[in-house]
Design a protein around this ligand. Structure first.
Ligand code: AMP
Length: 393
């Protein structure tokens, strides 16, 4: 699947309507981390360099659920964007309607306008045709650069791409390139490391990757459901009873197809799920009744080191333990470092593993750090993302 890109669109003298992901943290009117705004700059600058009539930006922020909520206004973003671009960015009073249309008309040549939060209107998430048409009036061509919402068929991600000439911005183009590479032509050995809290949210990914990878590492809390299937004692660790059968069948499929499943062989555990619980090292896969497994141990890390260092393609999604607790962060930290050192093609996705590589400062040594948690997961599940399917060539 190839998507249309910025190079496929005529941008000169056009009103270019761009869906970006400006869903940034804002508290008491003050903008926090602006990584997402920075991420959109290459696409924005490229469009401005092509001499468009105007650039109209649109995004959602938080979950106002179809109501106007002043604390979820994008106004602070317009300000920050103006500083970053070193040019004026107008803030629209809304995202559709006659007043906004007039502002678009009145923009000076090459002017930039940020529309107000799309989700102040219920029509955005409902992909309501009237709302889609109202948005489409504001542009001549459409660009989607918001990967984080590409798995949703919303008005600004899917509906509108059917009404205007449409293409992907640089961020989505890169996401598609890396995920497609993983799923269709990975160089071998291909290693997937999947962690996090729940089998239920990752099972689609595990199943889809099973016939593509050489080794599948299962870490985090998920590992205990699998260890439990294998008859190990998992103490008070998180086990999803309703997924025991699914886990068992995945293990059987892997065995049949010769895929190596790597589960932890030792653990850091604690008696309470609490930041201050005393860490207890368990040298094997038999956890006492009172213990909760909260991180992988050093023997497991040694095992992963060999696998990760020789991988030609690697994807990592989900932490190896409760990395938010200092005493149980080592497994995730060390895996982040191993992934950063891996010389193959490396992709990290999912909110927590991305947070981990950022927190530990490894992001710039990873080939692709995905900008969308849910969207990345659905890609790995092999699903067609509606916001990307409409941009296909
Ligand atoms: P996910 O959103 O599914 O990627 O899960 C991320 C969450 O999994 C993080 O908040 C981790 O603290 C949690 N997690 C990882 N390992 C464990 C574990 N062994 N027990 C409980 N929670 C865990």
């Amino acid at each position: 699947m190839a998507v249309k890109t910025l190079k496929d669109l005529e941008l000169k003298d056009q009103r270019v309507l761009v869906r970006v992901d400006f869903n940034v943290p804002i508290k008491d009117g003050l903008l926090g981390d602006d990584t997402r705004i920075q991420g959109a700059l290459p696409t924005i600058r490229y469009i401005l360099d092509q001499g468009p009539r105007s650039l109209i930006l649109m995004s959602h922020l938080g979950r106002p659920k179809g109501e106007r909520k002043s604390e979820l206004s994008l106004a602070p973003v317009a300000q920050r964007l103006a500083e970053l671009l070193d040019r004026p960015v107008e803030m629209a009073p809304d995202c559709i309607g006659p007043e906004v249309e007039a502002e678009v008309d009145e923009l000076e040549q090459g002017g930039v306008l940020l529309l107000e939060n799309l989700r102040f209107h219920g029509g955005e998430t409902a992909n309501d045709p009237d709302f889609v048409s109202a948005l489409a009036k504001l542009g001549d061509v459409y660009v989607n650069d918001a990967f984080g919402t590409a798995h949703r068929a919303h008005a600004s991600t899917e509906g509108i791409a059917k009404l205007l000439p449409a293409a992907a911005g640089f961020l989505i183009e890169k996401e598609v390139r890396f995920f497609e590479h993983l799923l269709t032509k990975p160089e071998k050995p291909f290693v997937a490391i999947i962690g996090g809290a729940k089998v239920s949210t990752k099972i689609g990914v595990l199943e889809n990757l099973l016939d593509k990878v050489d080794a599948l590492v299962i870490g985090g809390a998920m590992a205990y459901t699998f260890l439990s299937v294998q008859g190990h004692k998992v103490g008070k660790s998180l086990v999803e009873r309703e997924y025991l059968k699914t886990a068992e069948s995945l293990l059987q499929k892997a065995e049949k197809s010769g895929v190596q499943i790597v589960l932890p062989v030792d653990h850091m555990a604690g008696s309470e799920f609490d930041e201050h619980t005393d860490p207890v090292y368990v040298d094997n896969n038999e956890l006492d009744d009172g213990l909760i497994g909260m991180d992988i141990g050093i023997k497991t890390l040694e095992l992963l080191k060999g696998l990760i260092s020789t991988a030609k393609t690697l994807v990592w999604n989900g932490p190896m333990g409760v990395f938010e607790f200092e005493n149980f962060a080592k497994g995730t930290l060390e895996v982040a470092e191993m992934v950063a050192r891996c010389e193959g093609t490396t992709v990290v996705g999912g909110g927590d593993s991305v947070a981990a590589v950022n927190k530990f400062g490894f992001a710039d040594r990873i080939d692709h750090v995905s900008t969308g948690g849910g969207a990345g997961l659905e890609f790995l599940e092999g699903k067609r993302l509606p916001g990307i399917a409409v941009l296909e060539k």
